[in-house]
Ligand binder design. Structure first.
Ligand SMILES: [Zn+2]
Length: 211
């Protein structure tokens, strides 16, 4: 059997099992989704949102990209964010990075990854530059990468707070809460590193007062 054919066989098994344990499972799920969480995670195959949080289809709305970045010109991410916040009314937005992230490691090198990846990784270099003193005081390379992973997550959460999408929901509905988490590939555990709620004030330069 070819590798991709195994996926299709496994899919049939899974669908059958779900119906065996709950005959109305797909019928119910197909009618509506009311997830409480938006997950912005890394594309890394080892960090699947549902599995590591013990959640089921229908519980988490997911966006993933290399190194879980929130970039204000990324129409894909902003569409997901706007839909999740304004239509699905999610209560929590989670940015989840992970230790051992290839994107973080790559951004710390001087290697030319060609234009598109260079452009993407430059956003992580910007985070490094903002925290250069703290990072360069850490001599151990892995520890430095781990710290940049945490700082990156924090910066991406702050980028969320700068959007009118989040600020409008905070002002009108006192939600969603924003969370920055880091997942450990070596122990499977998630470490919360940063939080922002509807009562948080950010640099006034980024605050809209006529939402
Ligand atoms: Zn990653």
């Amino acid at each position: 059997m070819l590798s991709y054919e195994k996926l299709l066989v496994a899919n049939k098994d899974w669908a059958n099992k779900m119906v065996e344990s709950d005959a109305a499972y797909f019928d119910r799920l197909s009618r509506l989704q009311t997830p409480e969480f938006l997950w912005i995670g890394c594309s890394d195959s080892r960090v699947p949102a549902n599995e590591i949080t013990g959640t089921q289809p229908g519980e988490i709305f997911v966006h993933r990209n290399v190194a879980n970045l929130v970039i204000h010109t990324d129409v894909n991410l902003l569409s997901v964010l706007e839909f999740a916040v304004e239509h699905l009314k999610v209560k929590h937005v989670i940015v989840c990075g992970h230790y051992g992230c290839g994107g973080i490691k790559a951004a710390m090198t001087k290697h030319d990854f060609k234009q598109v990846l260079n452009m993407w990784l430059r956003n992580i270099k910007d985070v490094y530059r903002l925290h250069r003193d703290e990072l360069e005081a850490i001599k151990d390379q892995e520890k430095r990468e781990n710290r940049l992973t945490e700082l990156n997550v924090k910066e991406q959460v702050m980028h969320l707070a700068k959007t009118s999408i989040i600020q409008r929901a905070w002002k009108k509905e006192q939600r969603p809460q924003l969370h920055g988490w880091v997942y450990g590939l070596k122990d499977g555990l998630i470490k919360p590193v940063f939080e922002m709620g509807a009562d948080t004030h950010i640099d006034p330069l980024y605050e809209y007062d006529d939402l």
